[in-house]
Design a protein around this ligand. Structure first.
Ligand code: EPZ
Length: 417
C-alpha cells in the first residue's frame, strides 16, 4: 500500500487543472458495452478505478486502447457475455454498472455484489427492483447475482431514493428495451446528464436527464460516438478547499461553476477569498478569521456528501464551532477520528458531527479510511505543522488523478512512497 508524506505549512501558489470526472467515467466505460460499434471517450482520468474497469472489460473480451491524450477507444463487438470476475468486481462499487449494461445489451448478467469504500452498507435494492420492473428475474446465490430477461419491456419506475447509481443503471437497462421507460424521482447529478448525452450521441432517445423525471424510448441499435467526460466537480471542490486552507493565490482551471454552487456558497459564507470565472476559480490569499458554518449534505444540487469530509478539515481552522449533518451515507465520519489524532476538536453524534476551531493541527501518522476521508487528510496535512504520513493512500489515488504532481507543482512538499 502507498503512503503520502506531507510537510505542512507551505503557501500554495499557481494553477491546477481539473481532470475528467471519476463518477462519470466509471459509468461511461461499462456503458460502452451497449454500443454496437466502437466508441471513443475523451478526457478520461488516469486513476485506478478506470484501470479496474478496463480490466473487467478486457476480461469480457472487449478491445480497449488508452491513448496518451486521455482518450479511451472501446470496441464491444468482440465481447463474450460471461460471469464477471469476482476479484475485479469487488475492487469498486461502480462495477455494478456492468449489471445494467450487460442486461441492456445481452439480457443477462452474472456478477457478485459490488465492492467500494466503507461509508455504509451500500445496498443495490433500487437497481434490482428497477431491473425487475423492466422484466428481469434475479437469482441470488450467496453474494452472486444472476439477472436475466426473456425480453426487456419499458416500465414506469419510481425510485424511493434519488439514487445516482440506480438512475444510471436503469438508463442502461432501458435504453434498448421494447417501448418507453419513465424513471421518476431520478437523481439529477451532472454525471447523470453526462451519461444520457453519451447514450443519445449513440442514437438513444433519452429526455429529462438532470430533472427528477427521465424518459427513455427503447431503440434497436446504438452507433459509434465520440464523447467527452465532464470535469470532476468533487476533485475541483477538493482543490478549492485546499486553496482556502493554504493558498497564497491559486487558480483552478477546467471547472463548470454551476456544478460547485453549493460549495462555493459555503466557502463565501466562511469568508474565503474566492472568485468564480467562466471555467475557472481563483482563491486569493488565505484568510485568518474563517467563519464557522453549518452543512447538510443533500442530493444534487444540494451540498455534495463527497465533499463534507474534505470541508471538515478546513472547518478546524474556523473561529468557532461548525457542524455537518450527513443525510446520504450512514458511516461517513471515520475521517474525524484521524483528524483528532492531529489535534482537531471533534464530536460525533449519529448523523451529525461538530468541529470546534480554530485548532493548530500537528503532523502525525494517519490512515485513509475511504477515498474522500483520504482527501480530507491531505487538506489537514497541508495546513498542519510538521510531517504527516497518510497510510492506505491508494484509496486517494482511486479518485484523484496526479494529486501528488498537481500539489507539488503549486508548492506543496508532498511525496508518494
Ligand atoms: C454515487 O454513489 C457516487 N459514486 C458516490 O461517490 C456518491 O457519494 C453518491 O453517488 C451520492 O452522491 C459513484 O458515482 C461511483 P446512491 P451511489 O445510489 O450511486 C442508498 C465518491 O466518493 N441506496 O446515490 O452508490 C445508499 O445506501 C463516491 O466518489 C439504497 O438504499 O450512491 C445511500 O444511502 C462515494 N439502495 C444513498 O442511497 C440502492 O439501491 C445514496 O446512494 C442504492 C442506493
Amino acid at each position: 500500500m502507498h503512503k503520502i508524506i506531507i510537510n505542512g505549512g507551505k503557501k500554495l501558489e499557481g494553477e491546477i487543472t481539473i481532470s475528467g470526472a471519476k463518477n462519470s467515467a466509471v459509468a461511461l466505460i461499462p456503458g460502452a458495452i451497449l454500443c454496437d460499434e466502437k466508441i471513443t471517450l475523451a478526457n478520461v482520468p488516469n486513476i485506478s478505478d478506470v484501470d479496474a474497469l478496463e480490466d473487467i472489460l478486457t476480461h469480457l473480451n472487449a478491445k480497449i486502447k488508452r491513448k496518451k491524450n486521455g482518450e479511451l477507444h472501446i470496441s464491444s463487438d468482440t465481447i463474450k457475455n460471461r460471469k464477471i470476475d469476482k476479484k475485479l468486481a469487488k475492487k469498486l462499487r461502480a462495477s455494478y454498472y456492468f449489471m445494467g449494461a450487460l442486461l441492456g445489451k445481452y439480457k443477462k448478467c452474472e456478477m457478485c455484489f459490488p465492492g467500494g469504500c466503507s461509508i455504509g452498507t451500500r445496498p443495490i435494492d433500487l437497481h434490482l427492483k428497477g431491473f425487475e420492473a423492466l422484466g428481469a428475474t434475479i437469482k441470488e446465490n450467496g453474494d452472486m447475482y444472476t439477472i436475466e430477461a426473456e425480453e426487456l419491456k419499458g416500465a414506469r419506475i419510481y425510485l424511493d431514493f434519488a439514487s445516482v447509481g440506480a438512475t444510471i443503471n436503469l438508463m442502461f437497462a432501458a435504453v434498448k428495451a421494447e417501448g418507453t421507460t419513465v424513471i421518476n424521482n431520478a437523481a439529477k447529478e451532472p454525471e447523470i446528464v453526462n451519461v444520457a448525452t453519451y447514450l443519445n450521441s449513440m442514437g438513444a432517445k433519452i429526455t429529462g436527464a438532470g430533472t427528477k423525471r427521465i424518459k427513455i424510448e427503447g431503440v434497436k441499435y446504438l452507433h459509434s460516438c465520440f464523447h467527452e467526460v465532464i470535469p470532476d466537480r468533487i476533485e475541483a471542490g477538493t482543490y478549492e478547499i485546499i486553496g482556502a486552507a493554504c493558498s497564497n493565490n491559486l487558480k483552478i482551471n477546467n471547472i463548470i461553476p454551476e456544478h460547485l454552487e453549493s460549495l462555493n456558497n459555503k466557502l463565501r459564507e466562511m469568508r474565503v477569498n474566492i472568485s468564480v470565472n467562466d471555467d475557472s476559480v481563483y482563491i486569493g490569499e488565505r484568510i485568518k478569521d474563517l467563519k464557522p458554518v453549518s452543512v447538510t449534505t443533500e442530493v444534487y444540487p444540494g451540498f455534495p456528501t463527497d465533499l463534507q469530509q474534505v470541508l471538515a478539515s478546513l472547518m478546524t481552522q474556523a473561529n468557532g464551532e461548525s457542524d455537518i449533518h450527513e443525510t446520504i451515507w450512514e458511516n461517513r465520519f471515520q475521517n474525524l477520528y484521524e483528524l483528532k489524532k492531529m489535534g482537531a476538536k471533534v464530536k460525533i453524534d449519529g448523523e451529525r458531527a461538530y468541529i470546534k476551531g480554530k485548532t493548530e493541527l500537528k503532523g502525525t501518522e494517519v490512515y485513509a479510511t475511504d477515498l474522500r476521508a483520504g482527501a480530507g487528510l491531505v487538506v489537514a496535512a497541508l495546513l498542519a505543522e510538521g510531517t504527516t504520513i497518510i497510510d492506505n493512500a491508494d484509496l486517494i489515488l482511486r479518485g484523484y488523478e496526479g494529486i501528488v504532481e498537481k500539489l507539488r507543482a503549486v508548492g506543496a512538499d508532498i511525496t508518494l512512497k
